[in-house]
Write a protein that binds this ligand. Structure first.
Ligand code: NA7
Length: 563
């Protein structure tokens, strides 16, 4: 909602209403930050603390990013809450009380709001404000924004702020993928995307509901929707591997033991490949190096423990195809043991490399298919033909009738939110054009041709293969150190060197090529979006990456041109 607008220095300035809890962007700032999720919030706090003027532009009406938008039933983090939290403030990590092993979306959002209040962040955040373009003007960036509610043909005023630096804290999974189907506008019922869920919630009681998509969002929401709906139909294109979460309330004794030595707990986690689960190290053997009984016992122990660390039972799960197959067989056995109807169990059983697409973590997902009000459509056998007023026609002519359709169809991951902004660097170079064959970058932090522009958890960095908050913290601190370095040296610009960038892209490809990650059509590869170039975007291996970034900084920002 635009409260008022006026003209200032020849620019029209709009102020967007948010219950008076938001800041107004000054005309000139040191650092413009796009996004008020966990990355943008910490970036603001860190740069402000280092003496820079900074301002955040946020499309949504509040802080939290992913956790602001993804309010679908069952939404929960798949990283334990004691790890999925900031570690930059000892007071914060001591005072905040997580209630469960895996926090729900509402609890994580409350945490984000607490952080915003505790560090007085809102005064420097413009909510309901979409960054439409970023234009390099030779020495600084012009940041153009409009009110998020203005729509595509928005007649709302454009605000322009000048910033020496821009940090894209836009999130890896924030541009929703809403696939189009023939006649999809005919459907008379309600439609939802899990990544843009109504704030007031949705009550499916008594309704006939379809869920399209069986990634993490589908797998988390299906059991909850099934418990409300009269009938739930799951439309599955590719079955996913899912392991039980074994979620539970956190015991006060366990929390106290972690908090007594939180720093050491964090340090151990950051030394693992995924910056996660330092207390449960990866097994010392390959899955083929042990007997069948030993392998089953190790996998069973991890299955009973629950969570993503299931894949860490053996050290070659994602490098040795035979080991991977043995681990996948174990999960397929579990599906057969859980799902009573053998035909449904067969359809739910993936035949791909486990872990190639992100492993899902569920509560009663497979069990839900034993309910009499749940059915499964395998879209590989009976594809969606078209939508109708009443529902969806699959296969030859079967019309399925629904009151509501939920798209759990994921995101234009890692580059979508960045590419949605018209970013023009030196010589009017468009980032979208530079990335037309894949997201060129250096260290996942910067792009040649776009001086003074940084990405947090960008493509080319470990990002989504890690505990995101740890990666975010690393990037925010590296970028802030870099800005402080430039200030000390009285330098005004920093830009990635083209050959360092080419070498980095090659490095990411080489590391990814040593794993099984490139063996399936995942969103890591951009394969879920029609026409998107297939380039493996995240870099496996957090500790080596951190070391490389440290080395670059210590060698006077090697691979960057500093002027
Ligand atoms: P994902 O993991 O990308 O899952 C999306 C699901 O939607 C997946 O099963 C897709 O099938 C399916 N999908 C996508 N497009 C279509 C069309 N056109 N027709 C049918 N099915 C489709 O997104 P999520 O939101 O579940 O999870 C994203 C991340 O959030 C997750 O990895 C965690 O990090 C948290 P496909 O596999 O492409 O055949």
């Amino acid at each position: 909602m635009v409260d008022k607008s006026w003209s200032c220095d020849g620019l029209t300035v709009a102020v967007v209403g948010n219950n008076g809890r938001m800041g107004r962007a000054p005309d000139r700032i040191d650092v413009a930050i796009v996004g008020a999720g966990f990355a943008g919030m910490y970036m603001l706090h860190k740069t402000r603390s280092a003496g820079f003027s900074a301002h955040v532009f946020e499309r949504g009406g509040g802080v939290g990013g992913t956790w602001y938008w993804n309010r679908y039933p069952g939404a929960r983090c798949d990283v334990p809450s004691l790890e999925y939290s900031y570690q930059f403030s000892e007071e914060l990590q001591q005072e905040w009380e997580w209630s469960e092993k895996y926090a729900t979306q509402p609890e994580i959002l409350r945490y984000a709001e607490h952080v915003a209040d505790r560090f007085d962040l809102r005064r420097d955040i413009s909510f309901d404000t979409t960054v439409t373009s970023l234009t390099w003007q030779g020495e600084s960036w012009h940041v153009a924004t409009t009110a998020s509610t203005s729509g595509v043909d928005g007649d709302a005023a454009t605000t322009v702020t000048t910033a020496r630096f821009v940090v894209l804290a836009t999130g890896c999974l924030s541009a929703a993928n809403v696939p189009r189907f023939t006649d999809d506008r005919l459907f008379a019922g309600r439609t939802y995307h899990t990544g843009n869920w109504p704030h007031e919630g949705v009550d499916f009681t008594g309704q006939r509901v379809a869920v399209i998509g069986t990634g993490s969002s589908g797998i988390q929401s299906v059991p909850v929707i099934a418990s409300q709906a009269a009938h739930l139909t799951v439309l599955q294109r590719t079955p996913a591997y899912s392991v039980p979460a074994r979620n539970q309330p956190l015991s006060p004794d366990y929390v106290a033991s972690i908090k007594a030595n939180y720093g050491e707990f964090r340090r151990k986690n950051s030394l693992t490949r995924a910056a996660l689960g330092g207390d449960t190290p990866t097994g010392p053997h390959g899955a083929c190096e042990v007997s069948d009984d030993e392998r089953r016992a190790a996998l069973e122990a991890r299955w009973q423990k629950g969570g993503l660390l299931f894949l860490g039972a053996f050290n070659d799960a994602l490098t040795n195809p035979e080991s991977n197959r043995l681990i996948a067989d174990f999960v397929r056995d579990k599906i057969r043991q859980t799902v009573r109807d053998p035909e449904i169990a067969r359809r739910l059983s993936p035949d791909s490399v486990i872990g190639c697409k992100r492993l899902c973590v569920d509560t009663d997902y497979y069990e839900t298919f034993n309910r009499s009000n749940v059915s499964l459509i395998d879209l590989r056998e009976t594809p969606i033909e078209r939508f109708t007023r009443r529902g969806i026609i699959v296969g030859d002519a079967t019309e399925l009738e629904f009151d509501a359709i939920v798209f759990a169809t994921g995101f234009d991951a890692m580059t979508g939110a960045i590419s949605n902004i018209d970013i023009r660097g030196r010589d009017n170079l468009r980032l979208r054009d530079v990335w037309s064959e894949g997201p060129l970058n250096y260290l996942g932090l910067a792009v040649h041709g776009f001086p003074n522009l940084f990405m947090i958890t960008g493509p080319g960095s470990p990002s989504v293969l890690t505990n995101m908050i740890v990666s975010i913290q690393h990037h925010v601190e590296w970028i802030t150190d870099c800005l402080a370095h430039l200030r000390r040296e009285s330098s005004s610009t920093i830009e990635a060197d083209p050959s360092a960038q080419a070498e980095w892209v090659q490095h990411v490809n080489t590391i990814a090529g040593m794993t099984l990650y490139t063996s399936c059509s995942s969103w890591y590869l951009g394969a879920n979006m029609y026409g998107k170039p297939r380039v493996f975007m995240p870099l496996p291996g957090f500790p080596a990456y951190v070391q490389r970034c440290t080395d670059v900084a210590q060698h006077h920002y090697q691979g960057f041109h500093v002027r």
